[in-house]
Design a protein around this ligand. Sequence first.
Ligand SMILES: [Zn+2]
Length: 213
Amino acid sequence: MTSSNDNLSSKLELQKRLQHRLKSRTDTTSRPTPRTYDQLPQYLRQVLPDNYTYIIKSYKEIELEKFEGAPTAAFDSTFYVNIASTEAIEEWRSAFHNKTGTVFRITRADKVKGIKVIYHKDFHCRHADIAAIKYMQKTYAQKAGQRRSRNTNCQCLAKIRLEKSRLNLSHPCEIHLLYNHNHPLETLNITPQTPSIASMIYTNPLLFPPLSF
Ligand SMILES: [Zn+2]
């Protein structure tokens, strides 16, 4: 009798442990709480477009650069966004560009479309110096010199992926963003209280033609 009781209690114990393990797994990964823009860590708030909600998978702050004009946010983060189409991804990308001044080039774009993946592209900052640039230099040899002059060996990159299997979730689009520019950003978010010479220069298209990218 004692042995069967022991058996039962150890079974229950095992079940309890298993349930606990499942629960903790669920809490951290499968059902994390989406965050509104205001609930994001401060570095993400500085960088991510605000009309979206995000589920953060990982987030690590990186030490800020110290030079004059250095970006005031640096992090390595993977998060999910409430985006479910290619068009919406491009909208997010241009909002990100407008907000941060980051100019991305495509490192890799999967041509395979259809069965599982709707969107899968990798981007790097145009100040990068990575294998992808070398590939592009081969392709666009005549522009190589121009690219080289911009090179600061910046490591900033983004990987954006939208899989069909996630479409029924609230936040289908996965973005890995390594945001650590080692140079000042080119689009200045100038919102001066009073008009300054800088704002006059930057709003005059003759003096400061729009960046081509
Ligand atoms: Zn950069």
